[in-house]
Design a protein around this ligand. Structure first.
Ligand code: SF4
Length: 289
């Protein structure tokens, strides 16, 4: 890609020349971790775990990111398209319920090539595309026929909040167009996540209302309480966990609307066990495991 416009940041940098845009990555695919992961929604985790592949870098860069050491590019190993294909096939051999591409947006062309090759070589488990939803519609269209389940976030309705916390005032407008394309491709195989942020319950309700008014029970909701304060986040109001009252207020609102196809989190979900170890992963050891 000479002038990258893969995502709405539209940086137009030449990543083949090893320049970097907002995502912080050249066109070399970097993987921070591939493993069986037990902390996704029940149908994604299944019995054996989801075959997650966490990609380094991120086009969105939320200030409260819980995987900051991969989204900022600190962790990650360069892999070729063929090696990525081997990762997919090895996860399948290890019993993964699916291939779960986490923050894949900025590597879509090479991921697409690796998926096509892996399918030719025997990959049969479903492919899950796990994204912030800050995507350009053309990039999502490029995945048509290769993704079985879309797992996007819908993080904010308010442009004020999305500007403050993710430097993306156009987030809602952009993400909802991308989600519409995902729905066009996979219909009910769409699970939309919403992480309730401390102090933001009114915006959470607006997000949920929009999804309900637009898709009704044609999609599945995942309302998440696992917000974990990160020391690097510069906003004092985000330096606390979500209260049970805040979370229940949002879940009760969803129930009042009539939403029943929803995953909710119970008990103490804001735990660092949701944050995998990105320090100690390497490709060679993984492929031997
Ligand atoms: S993928 Fe990266 S370089 Fe390309 S437009 Fe998005 S943020 Fe910019």
């Amino acid at each position: 890609m000479d002038y990258c416009n893969l995502c709405p940041r539209n940086c137009r940098v030449n990543r083949e020349l090893k320049n970097k845009g907002v995502c912080g990555e050249t066109d070399d695919i970097r993987v921070a971790r591939a493993s069986l992961h037990m902390w996704e929604e029940p149908p994604i985790t299944g019995k054996n775990g989801s075959g997650t592949v966490f990609f380094s870098g991120c086009p969105l860069h939320c200030c409260f990111c819980q995987n900051g050491n991969i989204s900022d590019g600190t962790n990650g190993q360069v892999v070729t398209t063929d090696e990525l294909c081997s990762i997919f096939l090895h996860l399948q051999e290890k019993g993964a319920e699916n291939i779960n591409l986490v923050t894949p947006t900025h590597f879509v062309p090479k991921i697409r090539a690796a998926l096509i090759k892996a399918k030719q070589e025997g990959l049969t488990i479903p492919v899950v595309y796990n994204t912030s939803a800050y995507e350009s519609v053309n990039t999502v269209k490029y995945l048509n026929g290769l993704v079985d389940v879309y797992l996007p976030d819908l993080k904010y309705k308010s442009p004020k909040l999305s500007k403050k916390y993710s430097n993306a005032p156009d987030y809602f407008e952009t993400a909802t167009k991308a989600i519409a394309e995902m729905y066009r491709q996979v219909g009910q195989n769409l699970i939309v996540r919403h992480l309730v942020l401390p102090g933001c319950t009114e915006d959470s309700k607006e997000v949920i209302k929009y999804l309900w008014d637009t898709y009704g029970d044609g999609i599945t909701f995942s309302i998440m309480s696992q917000y974990t304060p990160m020391p690097c986040c510069p906003y004092p109001e985000l330096q606390r966990k979500l209260t049970a009252e805040e979370y229940n207020e949002v879940v009760d609102y969803a129930a009042e609307l009539g939403i029943i196809k929803a995953f909710i989190q119970e008990g103490e979900a804001a735990d660092e066990s949701f944050i995998p170890d990105f320090e100690n992963w390497d490709l060679e050891t993984f492929l031997r495991s």
